[in-house]
Write a protein that binds this ligand. Structure first.
Ligand code: LP5
Ligand code: MN
Length: 250
Protein backbone atom coordinates (compact mmCIF):
# COMPACT_ATOMS: atom_id res chain seq x y z
CA UNK A 1 0.00 0.00 0.00
CA UNK A 2 1.41 3.40 -1.01
CA UNK A 3 1.65 5.89 1.87
CA UNK A 4 0.00 9.29 2.11
CA UNK A 5 2.49 12.09 2.79
CA UNK A 6 2.00 15.34 4.72
CA UNK A 7 4.14 18.46 4.70
CA UNK A 8 3.62 22.04 5.86
CA UNK A 9 5.44 25.24 6.79
CA UNK A 10 8.08 25.00 4.09
CA UNK A 11 8.02 28.82 3.80
CA UNK A 12 9.78 28.46 0.45
CA UNK A 13 11.59 31.60 -0.55
CA UNK A 14 14.33 32.50 -3.02
CA UNK A 15 16.34 33.67 0.01
CA UNK A 16 16.68 30.03 1.16
CA UNK A 17 17.66 28.19 -2.02
CA UNK A 18 18.87 25.08 -0.18
CA UNK A 19 15.35 24.29 1.06
CA UNK A 20 13.85 25.04 -2.36
CA UNK A 21 16.30 22.45 -3.70
CA UNK A 22 15.37 20.03 -0.90
CA UNK A 23 11.72 20.43 -1.88
CA UNK A 24 12.64 19.68 -5.51
CA UNK A 25 14.35 16.47 -4.41
CA UNK A 26 11.39 15.51 -2.24
CA UNK A 27 9.07 16.02 -5.23
CA UNK A 28 11.34 13.98 -7.50
CA UNK A 29 11.67 11.20 -4.90
CA UNK A 30 9.37 10.12 -2.05
CA UNK A 31 6.39 12.20 -3.20
CA UNK A 32 6.18 10.21 -6.45
CA UNK A 33 5.97 6.91 -4.59
CA UNK A 34 3.01 8.10 -2.52
CA UNK A 35 -0.70 7.67 -3.11
CA UNK A 36 -1.39 11.27 -2.11
CA UNK A 37 0.56 14.33 -1.00
CA UNK A 38 -1.06 16.87 1.30
CA UNK A 39 0.53 20.30 1.73
CA UNK A 40 -1.05 21.66 4.93
CA UNK A 41 -0.29 25.35 4.53
CA UNK A 42 2.62 27.78 4.27
CA UNK A 43 4.23 26.15 1.25
CA UNK A 44 5.46 29.68 0.44
CA UNK A 45 6.99 32.26 2.76
CA UNK A 46 4.46 34.75 1.39
CA UNK A 47 2.00 34.69 -1.50
CA UNK A 48 0.61 37.96 -2.78
CA UNK A 49 -1.59 36.59 -5.53
CA UNK A 50 -1.20 34.09 -8.37
CA UNK A 51 0.73 36.65 -10.46
CA UNK A 52 3.58 35.54 -8.19
CA UNK A 53 3.92 32.61 -10.61
CA UNK A 54 6.00 35.05 -12.66
CA UNK A 55 8.69 34.59 -10.00
CA UNK A 56 10.99 31.75 -11.18
CA UNK A 57 11.19 30.19 -7.70
CA UNK A 58 7.38 30.05 -7.44
CA UNK A 59 7.01 28.72 -10.97
CA UNK A 60 9.63 26.05 -10.21
CA UNK A 61 7.78 24.95 -7.07
CA UNK A 62 4.49 24.72 -8.98
CA UNK A 63 6.23 22.72 -11.72
CA UNK A 64 7.76 20.36 -9.14
CA UNK A 65 4.28 19.68 -7.74
CA UNK A 66 2.89 19.23 -11.25
CA UNK A 67 5.57 16.57 -11.76
CA UNK A 68 4.33 14.76 -8.65
CA UNK A 69 0.76 14.90 -9.94
CA UNK A 70 1.84 13.69 -13.40
CA UNK A 71 3.54 10.70 -11.75
CA UNK A 72 0.14 9.66 -10.37
CA UNK A 73 0.24 11.07 -6.83
CA UNK A 74 -2.80 13.17 -5.92
CA UNK A 75 -1.72 16.62 -4.71
CA UNK A 76 -3.87 18.60 -2.25
CA UNK A 77 -2.82 22.07 -1.12
CA UNK A 78 -4.27 23.90 1.88
CA UNK A 79 -3.67 27.61 2.37
CA UNK A 80 -1.69 28.72 5.44
CA UNK A 81 -1.44 32.10 7.11
CA UNK A 82 1.48 33.07 4.84
CA UNK A 83 -0.02 31.88 1.56
CA UNK A 84 -3.72 32.40 2.19
CA UNK A 85 -4.04 33.96 -1.25
CA UNK A 86 -3.09 30.84 -3.22
CA UNK A 87 -5.67 30.63 -5.97
CA UNK A 88 -6.98 28.69 -8.96
CA UNK A 89 -4.15 29.69 -11.33
CA UNK A 90 -1.57 28.37 -8.89
CA UNK A 91 -3.55 25.15 -8.38
CA UNK A 92 -3.73 24.59 -12.12
CA UNK A 93 0.01 25.19 -12.58
CA UNK A 94 0.73 22.76 -9.73
CA UNK A 95 -1.71 20.05 -10.85
CA UNK A 96 -3.15 20.38 -7.36
CA UNK A 97 -6.54 20.62 -5.70
CA UNK A 98 -6.94 23.59 -3.35
CA UNK A 99 -8.40 22.35 -0.09
CA UNK A 100 -10.73 24.11 2.37
CA UNK A 101 -9.39 25.14 5.81
CA UNK A 102 -10.49 21.92 7.51
CA UNK A 103 -10.63 18.56 5.78
CA UNK A 104 -11.64 15.17 7.14
CA UNK A 105 -10.03 12.57 4.88
CA UNK A 106 -9.91 8.80 5.05
CA UNK A 107 -6.19 8.17 5.51
CA UNK A 108 -5.36 4.46 5.33
CA UNK A 109 -8.83 3.60 6.57
CA UNK A 110 -8.94 6.09 9.41
CA UNK A 111 -10.86 9.40 9.29
CA UNK A 112 -8.28 12.11 9.94
CA UNK A 113 -8.72 15.85 10.46
CA UNK A 114 -6.29 17.96 8.45
CA UNK A 115 -5.71 21.62 9.31
CA UNK A 116 -3.02 24.26 8.89
CA UNK A 117 -3.17 24.70 12.67
CA UNK A 118 -3.51 28.47 13.08
CA UNK A 119 -7.20 28.19 13.98
CA UNK A 120 -6.20 26.15 17.05
CA UNK A 121 -4.11 29.03 18.43
CA UNK A 122 -7.08 30.74 20.06
CA UNK A 123 -5.04 32.33 22.89
CA UNK A 124 -3.33 34.52 20.28
CA UNK A 125 -6.14 37.04 20.16
CA UNK A 126 -4.20 39.62 18.11
CA UNK A 127 -3.51 36.99 15.47
CA UNK A 128 -7.12 35.76 15.37
CA UNK A 129 -8.29 39.35 14.89
CA UNK A 130 -5.74 39.81 12.09
CA UNK A 131 -6.81 36.48 10.54
CA UNK A 132 -10.47 37.44 10.46
CA UNK A 133 -9.55 40.64 8.61
CA UNK A 134 -7.29 39.09 5.97
CA UNK A 135 -9.74 36.22 5.39
CA UNK A 136 -12.51 38.70 4.55
CA UNK A 137 -13.28 38.19 0.82
CA UNK A 138 -14.00 41.90 0.24
CA UNK A 139 -10.64 42.92 1.73
CA UNK A 140 -8.93 40.21 -0.30
CA UNK A 141 -10.49 41.43 -3.56
CA UNK A 142 -9.42 44.97 -2.77
CA UNK A 143 -5.88 43.81 -1.98
CA UNK A 144 -5.65 41.71 -5.17
CA UNK A 145 -6.75 44.71 -7.23
CA UNK A 146 -3.65 46.64 -6.14
CA UNK A 147 -0.58 46.71 -8.40
CA UNK A 148 1.80 43.81 -7.78
CA UNK A 149 4.57 45.98 -6.37
CA UNK A 150 2.20 47.74 -3.99
CA UNK A 151 1.03 44.35 -2.70
CA UNK A 152 4.62 43.28 -2.20
CA UNK A 153 5.40 46.42 -0.22
CA UNK A 154 2.28 46.07 1.92
CA UNK A 155 3.06 42.46 2.76
CA UNK A 156 6.64 43.38 3.63
CA UNK A 157 5.18 45.89 6.07
CA UNK A 158 2.83 43.30 7.57
CA UNK A 159 5.77 40.91 7.96
CA UNK A 160 7.70 43.57 9.90
CA UNK A 161 4.71 44.16 12.17
CA UNK A 162 4.15 40.42 12.61
CA UNK A 163 7.81 39.85 13.48
CA UNK A 164 7.65 42.60 16.10
CA UNK A 165 4.40 41.20 17.50
CA UNK A 166 5.61 37.57 17.72
CA UNK A 167 8.85 38.68 19.43
CA UNK A 168 6.70 40.06 22.25
CA UNK A 169 4.34 37.07 22.53
CA UNK A 170 5.00 34.13 24.85
CA UNK A 171 5.57 30.64 23.47
CA UNK A 172 2.43 29.47 25.29
CA UNK A 173 0.22 32.06 23.60
CA UNK A 174 1.55 31.01 20.19
CA UNK A 175 0.91 27.29 20.78
CA UNK A 176 -2.40 25.51 20.28
CA UNK A 177 -5.09 25.92 22.92
CA UNK A 178 -6.02 22.60 24.56
CA UNK A 179 -9.77 23.37 24.52
CA UNK A 180 -9.62 24.30 20.83
CA UNK A 181 -7.89 20.97 20.09
CA UNK A 182 -10.52 19.02 22.08
CA UNK A 183 -13.32 20.93 20.34
CA UNK A 184 -11.88 20.16 16.89
CA UNK A 185 -11.66 16.43 17.70
CA UNK A 186 -15.27 16.47 18.95
CA UNK A 187 -16.70 18.59 16.12
CA UNK A 188 -15.20 16.43 13.37
CA UNK A 189 -15.65 13.10 15.21
CA UNK A 190 -12.12 11.88 14.50
CA UNK A 191 -9.41 10.39 16.67
CA UNK A 192 -6.48 11.52 14.53
CA UNK A 193 -5.48 15.06 13.59
CA UNK A 194 -2.55 16.33 11.52
CA UNK A 195 -1.54 19.99 11.36
CA UNK A 196 1.40 22.37 11.20
CA UNK A 197 1.84 26.10 11.86
CA UNK A 198 3.42 25.99 15.33
CA UNK A 199 6.73 24.59 14.04
CA UNK A 200 6.84 22.23 17.03
CA UNK A 201 6.95 18.79 15.43
CA UNK A 202 5.62 16.09 17.73
CA UNK A 203 3.20 13.23 18.18
CA UNK A 204 0.79 13.99 20.99
CA UNK A 205 -1.21 11.10 22.41
CA UNK A 206 -4.74 12.35 23.01
CA UNK A 207 -6.46 11.29 26.21
CA UNK A 208 -10.07 10.20 26.34
CA UNK A 209 -10.57 9.21 22.69
CA UNK A 210 -9.20 5.67 22.65
CA UNK A 211 -5.83 4.01 22.76
CA UNK A 212 -4.45 5.25 19.42
CA UNK A 213 -5.89 8.76 19.41
CA UNK A 214 -3.19 11.12 18.26
CA UNK A 215 -2.34 14.63 17.07
CA UNK A 216 0.64 15.02 14.78
CA UNK A 217 2.37 18.38 14.41
CA UNK A 218 4.45 18.72 11.24
CA UNK A 219 7.96 20.23 11.15
CA UNK A 220 8.97 23.39 9.29
CA UNK A 221 11.58 23.38 6.53
CA UNK A 222 14.17 25.83 7.81
CA UNK A 223 17.53 24.20 8.59
CA UNK A 224 16.09 20.84 7.54
CA UNK A 225 12.68 19.59 6.52
CA UNK A 226 10.49 16.60 7.14
CA UNK A 227 7.32 14.82 6.21
CA UNK A 228 4.83 12.49 7.85
CA UNK A 229 4.06 9.25 6.03
CA UNK A 230 0.87 7.38 6.91
CA UNK A 231 -0.16 3.93 5.77
CA UNK A 232 -2.11 1.02 7.24
CA UNK A 233 0.73 0.28 9.68
CA UNK A 234 0.57 3.78 11.19
CA UNK A 235 2.27 7.17 10.94
CA UNK A 236 6.00 7.88 10.84
CA UNK A 237 7.98 11.12 10.60
CA UNK A 238 10.85 11.29 8.08
CA UNK A 239 13.61 13.89 7.98
CA UNK A 240 14.59 15.73 4.81
CA UNK A 241 18.15 17.08 4.71
CA UNK A 242 19.14 20.19 2.80
CA UNK A 243 21.23 19.09 -0.18
CA UNK A 244 24.96 19.66 0.31
CA UNK A 245 26.38 22.44 -1.84
CA UNK A 246 30.08 22.95 -2.59
CA UNK A 247 29.92 26.47 -1.15
CA UNK A 248 28.10 25.39 2.00
CA UNK A 249 24.43 25.55 2.80
CA UNK A 250 22.49 28.50 1.45
O1 LP5 B 1 4.07 33.75 10.21
P1 LP5 B 1 4.56 33.77 11.61
O2 LP5 B 1 4.71 32.42 12.17
O3 LP5 B 1 5.79 34.56 11.81
O4 LP5 B 1 3.48 34.54 12.46
C1 LP5 B 1 2.15 34.10 12.43
C2 LP5 B 1 1.25 35.29 12.61
N1 LP5 B 1 1.53 36.32 11.62
C3 LP5 B 1 0.96 36.31 10.42
C4 LP5 B 1 1.33 37.40 9.43
C5 LP5 B 1 2.25 36.81 8.38
O5 LP5 B 1 3.53 36.63 8.92
C6 LP5 B 1 2.37 37.65 7.16
C7 LP5 B 1 1.10 37.61 6.38
C8 LP5 B 1 1.28 37.56 4.93
C9 LP5 B 1 -0.08 37.79 4.34
C10 LP5 B 1 -0.05 37.96 2.86
C11 LP5 B 1 -1.37 38.33 2.29
C12 LP5 B 1 -2.02 39.53 2.86
C13 LP5 B 1 -3.42 39.54 2.37
C14 LP5 B 1 -4.20 40.72 2.77
C15 LP5 B 1 -5.60 40.52 2.30
C16 LP5 B 1 -6.54 41.50 2.85
O6 LP5 B 1 0.17 35.45 10.08
C17 LP5 B 1 1.40 35.87 13.99
C18 LP5 B 1 1.16 34.78 15.02
C19 LP5 B 1 2.12 33.62 14.77
O7 LP5 B 1 1.93 33.14 13.44
C20 LP5 B 1 1.93 32.46 15.73
O8 LP5 B 1 0.67 31.88 15.53
O9 LP5 B 1 1.33 35.30 16.31
O10 LP5 B 1 0.39 36.85 14.16
C21 LP5 B 1 0.74 38.17 14.19
O11 LP5 B 1 1.90 38.49 14.35
C22 LP5 B 1 -0.39 39.15 14.06
C23 LP5 B 1 -0.15 40.36 14.97
O12 LP5 B 1 -0.30 39.96 16.29
C24 LP5 B 1 -1.12 41.47 14.67
C25 LP5 B 1 -1.15 41.96 13.26
C26 LP5 B 1 0.04 42.77 12.82
C27 LP5 B 1 -0.13 43.22 11.39
C28 LP5 B 1 -0.82 44.54 11.28
C29 LP5 B 1 -1.07 44.86 9.85
C30 LP5 B 1 -0.99 46.32 9.60
C31 LP5 B 1 -1.12 46.56 8.15
C32 LP5 B 1 -0.53 47.85 7.79
C33 LP5 B 1 -0.82 48.15 6.37
C34 LP5 B 1 -0.76 49.58 6.09
MN1 MN C 1 1.62 29.10 9.56
Amino acid sequence: MKPTLFISDLHLSATRPAMVAAFGQFCAGPARDAAQLYVLGDLFDTWIGDEQLRDPMAAGVAAALAGVAAAGTGVGVMRGNRDLLLGARFAQAAGATLLPDAVVADIAGRPTLLLHGDTLCTDDLAYQEFRAKVRDPVRQRRFLALPYLARRALVALIRIKSRRATARKSETIMDVNADAVAAAFAQHRVDRMIHGHTHRPARHAVAGLGRDAERWVLPDWYDAGGYLAVDASGARMHAVAAPASPRGRG
